[in-house]
Ligand binder design. Sequence first.
Ligand SMILES: Nc1nc2c(ncn2[C@@H]2O[C@H](COP(=O)(O)OP(=O)(O)OP(=O)(O)O)[C@@H](O)[C@H]2O)c(=O)[nH]1
Ligand SMILES: [Mg+2]
Ligand SMILES: [Zn+2]
Length: 360
Amino acid sequence: MAAMPDPTDDAFARLRPIGWSDDAELVRAAGASRVARVIGQHRSGFDVAEFAGDLRRVQPPAAWTRPRGDPALRAVVGDWITLDEEGKNILALLPRHALLKRGAAGEHYRQQLIAANVDHVLVVSGLDADFNPRRIERYLLVVQSSGASPVLVLTKADQCADLPDVLEALESVRMVGIPVHPLNAKSAEDVVALYPYLGPGKSAVLVGSSGAGKSTLTNTLLGTERMKTRTVRENDSRGRHTTTYRVLIPLPQGGCLIDTPGMRELKLSGEEDLADGGFDDIEALARQCRFSDCGHSNEPGCAVNAAIEKGELTEVRYAHYCKLRDERDAAAVTLAQRRAEEKELLRQAGKRAKDKYGRR
Ligand SMILES: Nc1nc2c(ncn2[C@@H]2O[C@H](COP(=O)(O)OP(=O)(O)OP(=O)(O)O)[C@@H](O)[C@H]2O)c(=O)[nH]1
Ligand SMILES: [Mg+2]
Ligand SMILES: [Zn+2]
C-alpha cells in the first residue's frame, strides 16, 4: 500500500525555529511557494535560511538593484521572501508586520532599513561613560514608529555605582511604560530577564552605539562566543565598530535575535510620532495652552512654560523634544519630496516602455 501523506506534515514546520509565526496574511501570501528568511545582507547578495542552521546566498530581483527607488520595497534582515525553484533567486518579498528604519547617515536624505518582522527592538546602552539619556530618547522615538515594541537594555550594570540616579534620569522613559532592564551582559543569570522577548516564534533586534554590548549579549544568550567583541576606548567608553554586518541568529530560547553594527548616528526617518515616541506628556501640555497656536515662548497662559516653572518638565527635555520635532518635520518634508520624485521617475519609465512597445 502506498504511504499516505502525513496530515500533520506542514510546510511551515521547518520555518518556525527561524521565527515563522503562522500569521494568516503571511501564510496566505506564501501560498505553495518556497519560503526563506533573510539572515544576512552583502554586496554580492542576500543570505537566506529555509530552516535553522541553513545558509544560502541568493540573488535579488533586478528591481532591487536600481540605485534610486524606494528602499522599503527591498528585503532586509528579518524579511520573509519567496525563492525560485532552484533556490537561487529571490522572487518576492512577503508582507511585513514591523519595519525598523532610520534616516541614513550622510548628507543626502535616504531611509535605511535596519530590520523587519521583529516583535521587540532591544535598545542597548552601556551604563559607562557613554551613557546618554538624550540618545536613548532618540532611539526610543525611532523604534516607536517601527511597529515593534521597544525595550531598554542597560548593560554594564556591574560597572555602575549609581544605578538609582541613572534610573531617575530615565524617569520619563519609564513613565511611558517602556520596560527597562539594567544587567551585566556577560552574566547568563542576568540575561534571563530578556527571555520573555525571545521565546519561540518571537524575533528581536539589538540596536545601539558601538561598544554598548550588543554582541556580548548575543553571545551570552547563545551560550557560545559566536560574535566577535572588543574592548571600548578607555577615555570615553566608545566602541571600535567591531560588528560590521547584520545577522539573524536562532537562539536556544526558541526565538531569533538580530545583532547589528553599532550606529554612529541615528537620524529620524520623518515618520515618527512624538506622542507615541515618549513625548506624550509634552504634547498633552501643549494642548492645554490658552492659544491653540502657542509658540511656548512667553505667551500668556502657556501650559508648557507653567510646567517648566513648576519643575514638572525640565528645560533640557523640552529643548530636546523641540529639536527632535524640528528634525522629524524636516525629514518628513524631504521624504515626501523624494517619494514624489520616485513616483515621477516610475511614471516616465512606464511611459518610455509604452512608447517603445505600445500598449499591452
Ligand atoms: N563589565 C561589562 N562589560 C561589558 C558588558 N557588556 C559589554 N561589555 C564589554 O564591552 C565591550 C564592547 O562590547 P561588544 O559586545 O563588542 O559591543 P557591541 O555593542 O557589539 O559593539 P559594536 O559591534 O562595535 O557595535 C566588550 O569589551 C565587552 O566585554 C557588561 O554588561 N559588563
Ligand atoms: Mg557587536
Ligand atoms: Zn504654550
